[in-house]
Ligand binder design. Structure first.
Ligand SMILES: Cc1ncc(COP(=O)(O)O)c(C=O)c1O
Length: 452
C-alpha cells in the first residue's frame, strides 16, 4: 500500500478500528459472552474457540454458511476445525443420524452403524485391519498409547514439537513420559529414540503447529527408526484422512502400526477411533488373556457412526481432488493479494487444509512458526470476520465440499481487502500475541515483499 510506505503508522489506532468494527457488528455475542463467563470458566468450553476481545457466537450453520447471534452471515473456512468436510448440517449425514436416533438413541449392544463404519474404514485404509471406537481423537490417542505400552512393555512416547494429539497430558510436551523432537529433523529423532520409547506419534503434516508438510522421506525415516528401536509407529490421521481416500499414509507410503482417526469419521458428531494391525487391536478383545480394558458408555455412538459412514462414502477421490484444486487456487490468490499489499506471507497447505504465516520463508518446524508474526494473524482474523469470512485466530483454514465458486470469490476478495487494511499494522516478531507495541516507523526499504 503506497499510502503506508515510508510513513509513521499508528498501529494501535489501526487495530483499535478493527476492534470497533467487530464490536459494532457483534453486540449480542458480547452480551452472551458476559453471560457465559458467569457459568463457564473463561466463558467457553473449548480453548480454540476463544479469542480476543470475545468470540462470535454462531447460532446456525447450513452448508458453507454460518449465521451469528447478531444475524451476521459468514462463509465458513473453519468447519469445526476440519471435521465438517461437507459443511454444516450436511443433508445425508443429518438424515442418517436422525433416522438412527428415531430408531433408538443408543443400545448397550453391538449395532449396525458401528459395523458399517468399521467395514468402511478397514476397506479404505490398508493398514487398518481392526477398529476400536472412542468418543474423541484424544481418547483414541490415549488408547493407542496404552496399546503401545502393553505391546512393548515400555512407557514413554515420542511426539513432535508443535504436534497435537488431543488434550491429554500423557501426550503433551512437558509430561515426564513424553519426549519431544523437532518435526522434519530425522537426526534429532535418532538421538531421542531411546529404548524406553514405546511409540512415536506423528501427524502426516504438523497440523496445529501450522500445517507444516513433512519433508520428503522424513516420516518413512521416523517409521524405520521406530521399528529399528523396537517401538511402534502411530500415525495420527485425525485431520489428514480428509486428504486421501486411504489416508495420507497411502500417498506417503507409510505403514503405521496404529492409526488415529476422528473428526470427519463422525460426520460432525463426536467420535474417535484407533485402527491398525490385528494382533495389536486384539489386545482389547474379550478372550485375550490379561486383556486391556477399554470401555466407554458412548463409544462408537450409533448416530455418529451412521453420520460418519455416509460422510465418508461421499468423500471419494473425485471430491478430494476438487477440494485440493480449490485449496491450491485459494492459496495462490491469498499469496498474491498479500504481495500486492506489500506484506510478507507464506501459505502452507496439506490437501484442503491451509495456514497463512506472516513470514517470508516457508516454515518447516513449529519453532519457525513461533518466530512469525502472530499479532498480524489476530488482526487478519478480525478483519476477515468483519467481512463475513469465518476463519481461525491462528491462520488455519480448510475447505468443505459445500463451498461454491461465489463463496470462494467472496473469500478471495475479503483476504485482499483485509491485507490492504492490516498492511497499516506492523508489529515486530517477538511481541506476545495480543499486545500492540508502540510502532517503529517503517520505510520502504525495510518492507519485505517476498511471498512464496
Ligand atoms: C491431529 C489431531 N489429533 C487428535 C486430535 C484430538 O481430537 P479431539 O478433539 O476429537 O479429541 C485433534 C484435534 O484437533 C487433532 O487435530
Amino acid at each position: 500500500m503506497a499510502s503506508t510506505v515510508g510513513s509513521t503508522i499508528d498501529y494501535k489506532a489501526s487495530y483499535a478500528s478493527l476492534l470497533d468494527d467487530y464490536r459494532a457488528r457483534t453486540s449480542l455475542s458480547a452480551a452472551a459472552w458476559q453471560r457465559g463467563r458467569l457459568v463457564l470458566p473463561g466463558g467457553e468450553t473449548r480453548t480454540v474457540t476463544t479469542y480476543s476481545p470475545y468470540p462470535t457466537l454462531i447460532r446456525k450453520g447450513q452448508g458453507a454458511h454460518l449465521t451469528d447471534l447478531d444475524g451476521n452471515h459468514y462463509v465458513d473456512l473453519v468447519n469445526n476445525y476440519t471435521s465438517l468436510v461437507h459443511g454444516s448440517a450436511y443433508g445425508p449425514a443429518t438424515e442418517a443420524a436422525v433416522a438412527v436416533l428415531r430408531g433408538g438413541t443408543i443400545f448397550a449392544s453391538p449395532h449396525e452403524s458401528q459395523l458399517r463404519l468399521a467395514e468402511m474404514l478397514t476397506n479404505r485404509i490398508d493398514t487398518v485391519e481392526l477398529v476400536r471406537f472412542t468418543n474423541s481423537g484424544t481418547e483414541a490417542a490415549l488408547l493407542a498409547e496404552r496399546l503401545a505400552a502393553r505391546a512393548t512393555g515400555r512407557h514413554k512416547v515420542l511426539v513432535f514439537d508443535g504436534s497435537y494429539h488431543g488434550s491429554a497430558p500423557e501426550l503433551m510436551q512437558g509430561h515426564p513420559q513424553v519426549v519431544t523432537a523437532p518435526y522434519n529433523d530425522l537426526d534429532a529423532v535418532d538421538r531421542a529414540m531411546t529404548n524406553e520409547i514405546a511409540a512415536v506419534f506423528a501427524e502426516p503434516f504438523l497440523g496445529a503447529g501450522g500445517v507444516i508438510p513433512s519433508a520428503p522421506g522424513f516420516l518413512r525415516g521416523v517409521q524405520d527408526l521406530a521399528h529399528a528401536r523396537g517401538a511402534l509407529f502411530v500415525l495420527d490421521e485425525v485431520q489428514s484422512l480428509r486428504n486421501d481416500v486411504g489416508g495420507e499414509q497411502a500417498k506417503l507410503g507409510l505403514t503405521p502400526d496404529l492409526t488415529l482417526l476422528g473428526k470427519i469419521i463422525g460426520g460432525g458428531l463426536p467420535i474417535g477411533a484407533v485402527g491398525g494391525a490385528r494382533d495389536l487391536l486384539l489386545l482389547t478383545a474379550p478372550g485375550t488373556p490379561d486383556r486391556l480394558t477399554h470401555s466407554g458408555t458412548f463409544n462408537g455412538h450409533p448416530a455418529a457412526t451412521a453420520a460418519g459412514a455416509i460422510t465418508l462414502a461421499h468423500l471419494n477421490a473425485g471430491a478430494i481432488d476438487r477440494l485440493e484444486r480449490a485449496a491450491t487456487t485459494l492459496a495462490a490468490s491469498i499469496t498474491s493479494s498479500a504481495a500486492q499489499a506489500g506484506m510478507p506471507l507464506v501459505v502452507t497447505r496439506a490437501g484442503s487444509i491451509l495456514n497463512v504465516h506472516f513470514t517470508d520463508t516457508p516454515p518447516t518446524s513449529a519453532a519457525h512458526v513461533r518466530e512469525t508474526n502472530t499479532d498480524l494473524l489476530s488482526a487478519l482474523h478480525l478483519a476477515l470476520l468483519n467481512q463475513g469470512v469465518y476463519t481461525t485466530p491462528r491462520g488455519l483454514i480448510n475447505l468443505s465440499t459445500a463451498l461454491r465458486a461465489e463463496d470462494l470469490a467472496k473469500v478471495e476478495e475479503a483476504y485482499a481487502k483485509a491485507f490492504e487494511r492490516i498492511a497499516r499494522i506492523s508489529v515486530k516478531p517477538g511481541h506476545p500475541s495480543g499486545q500492540w507495541p508502540v510502532p517503529a516507523p517503517r520505510v520502504a526499504a525495510e518492507r519485505v515483499s517476498v511471498t512464496k
